[in-house]
Design a binder for this molecule. Structure first.
Ligand code: C2E
Ligand code: CA
Ligand code: CA
Length: 573
């Protein structure tokens, strides 16, 4: 043993002098001994009460020190401390007796060589016992706390909530449950990975923890869901104040792994006793309110109202039938012409999906794309759209129609899908459509959401020979430098600016600016939602290249398109 090990030794011996041989042996063994020598039961007990000891060594042959009494005291005051008895060779029976009464071991005087291993063994046992105890404590901690954030978990929160409700009922006050869900957390995981996702969750819980006072229990329910309890409030607006506090806490950007992330949350609130009298109901209704907040466009909160439950049933029913719709092939595509304003010819069509619902008839995408996106059903649906559109474009070409590109909308989720490029390449291969006739539309906000990632994906797509349009342009916040780096072909001016071209000079100015911007970036610019001659005239005058809208045609079933094209007089555009 090279290193000195501290050893706090409580020694029962007649005099310090008598302790000397033992002390020397221990020092030789490498122990740095702190020793207290006592010889009465009273001193023994007070030493146990006042200090911590690693071992006890007691001479069994002191006339007025009773070993059985000492062992009982040890059991009471320091049960984990190993107790060694010392006896002379002629009285080995004293040592054996001490062991029968609870000592760990005995050592015959002057046979000190046994001492070292015995002490080590006993100290090891003590250490193991301690570890075991700690492990048990950790296990019970883990069953109540979330490993990642060290916040209470769902079970512990529910226990808290049950108690708080009992208290609230007795004292007739209100309580509130706030369900907090991070916005677009999936995007973070999909684009930056789970490691960053975990860091986000930890940072968010740190912020929440430090901004809420400890009187408000905060827990992580799983995923990116947190919950806060206001155990005692008088008015609903106290819950709203808390919502503001949470929003405030998340406001400053998070700097993680070299990324600057802006994180917002949606929050659903339920109030005791109005929105539920038990924990489960309050949690469920706060969750429902949260959903509603998400639907309202995120970064917002909602108080629960009973009408929401009806809505969530509707939603569930819709989700179920949407799932079946994919299996049953209830979707179809309509195609809306995109017209070249110089030649008046249709140069492309946009594929717009419709749902032929068995009971509801034709359902438009505004009713179900959002839900498909949220549930992930958009992935198989989007792939179906892509294939069907490519097949159709190919079929028209085979029928001898002038070649037209087909534009397909990509949703946010599709755009972030790992195998997007591969799945598009597969569709092109299988349908044998020349890639130059496939135009992919992604909205400005999707493209900008994680612009660096977009640059990479768009380049890969471009390399496959397809063209790319930025949809709904003007509604997001484009950075010009990114726009320049995106390998895109065209910009589509959002219909909201086209609608009021005549009435609103601001919209006219925006449309005009977008046209100029597109041209300076050498992009084609298309105006959506053109309904009137006056709009068309304005757009033409300002040099817009293409247009799409009811003025030309609504989206048509595939079979109607050839007739429409034939009927076109060289358009009076
Ligand atoms: P969008 O990509 O902006 O498509 C244009 C929408 O405007 C279409 O609505 C179209 O019918 C409508 N529209 C066209 N011309 C006019 C007009 O002159 N006036 C007015 N008021 N509206 C016009 P639709 O078909 O209901 O589609 C709505 C949105 O649903 C689309 O907006 C697109 O974001 C999404 N969507 C449609 N099909 C798909 C799809 O296959 N996949 C994905 N991910 N989204 C789709
Ligand atoms: Ca579109
Ligand atoms: Ca659009």
């Amino acid at each position: 043993m090279n290193m000195k090990h501290p050893l706090r030794l409580l020694l029962v011996e007649a005099t310090n002098h008598a302790a000397q041989p033992l002390l020397e042996v221990l020092q030789q063994l490498g122990y740095d001994v702190f020793l207290e020598c006592i010889h009465t039961i009273a001193a023994f007990e007070s030493a146990l009460q006042q200090k911590s000891w690693d071992i006890i060594v007691a001479n069994t042959e002191l006339s007025d020190f009773d070993i059985p009494t000492a062992l009982i005291s040890r059991h009471r005051l320091g049960p984990e401390i190993p107790f060694f008895a010392i006896c002379s060779a002629s009285h080995e029976s004293f040592g054996v007796q001490a062991m029968e009464q609870g000592a760990q071991d005995y050592i015959v005087k002057n046979h000190w060589q046994r001492l070292g291993p015995a002490i080590e063994r006993e100290l090891k046992i003590v250490e193991l016992r301690r570890q075991h105890l700690r492990a048990q404590e950790t296990v019970s901690h883990q069953s109540q706390y979330d490993l990642l954030t060290d916040l209470p978990n769902r079970q512990l929160f529910k226990d808290c909530l049950v108690l708080a409700l009992a208290y609230a009922q007795r004292h007739r006050h209100m309580a509130a449950v706030l369900f907090v869900d991070l916005d677009r957390f999936k995007t973070i995981i999909d684009t930056l990975g789970h490691m960053v996702g975990d860091q986000v969750l930890r940072s968010v819980s740190d912020r929440l923890r430090s901004s809420l006072s400890t009187e408000f229990p905060l827990a992580r329910l799983g995923g990116d869901e947190f919950v806060v309890l206001l155990p005692q409030i008088e008015r609903a607006d106290q819950a709203v104040k808390m919502v503001q506090k949470i929003v405030e806490a998340l406001k400053a950007p998070f700097h993680l792994n070299g990324h600057e992330l802006h994180i917002t949350a949606s929050i659903g609130v339920s109030l005791y006793p109005y929105d539920g009298e038990d924990a489960d109901t309050l949690l469920k209704n706060a969750d429902t309110a949260l959903y509603r907040a998400k639907e309202q466009g995120r970064n917002t909160y909602q108080l629960y109202t009973p009408a929401m439950n009806a809505r969530s049933f509707e939603r569930l029913a819709m989700e179920n039938s949407l799932r079946k719709a994919i299996e049953r092939n209830e979707f179809l595509l309509h195609y809306q012409p995109q017209v070249d304003l110089k030649s008046g010819k249709i140069i492309s069509v946009e594929a717009l999906v419709r749902w032929q619902h068995p009971d509801l008839g034709i359902v438009y995408p505004s009713e179900f794309i959002h839900l498909a996106e949220e549930t992930g059903l958009i992935v198989p649906l989007g792939e179906w759209v892509l294939r069907a559109a490519a097949q159709q474009a190919k079929a028209w070409q085979s029928d001898g129609l002038p070649p037209m590109a087909v534009a397909v909308n990509l949703s946010a989720r599709q755009f972030r899908q790992q195998d997007l490029v591969e799945s598009i390449a597969r569709v092109l291969r299988e349908t044998e459509l020349d890639p130059q006739y496939l135009d992919l539309e992604i909205t400005e906000s999707i493209a900008m959401e994680n612009a660096d990632y977009s640059v990479v994906i768009l380049k890969e797509l471009k390399a496959r020979g397809v063209t790319i349009a930025v949809d709904d342009f003007g509604t997001g916040y484009s950075s010009l430098s990114y726009l320049r780096r995106f390998p895109i072909t065209s910009l589509k001016i959002d219909q909201s600016f086209v609608r009021d071209l005549q009435a609103d000079p601001n919209d006219a100015a925006i449309a005009d600016a977008i046209i100029a911007l597109a041209h300076s970036l050498k992009l084609i610019v298309l105006a959506e939602g053109v309904e009137t001659d006056a709009q068309l005239r304005f757009l033409k005058q300002h040099g817009c290249d293409r247009a799409q809208g009811f003025l030309f045609s609504r989206a048509l079933p595939a079979d109607d398109l050839p007739a429409y094209i034939k009927s076109l007089q060289p358009l009076a555009v």
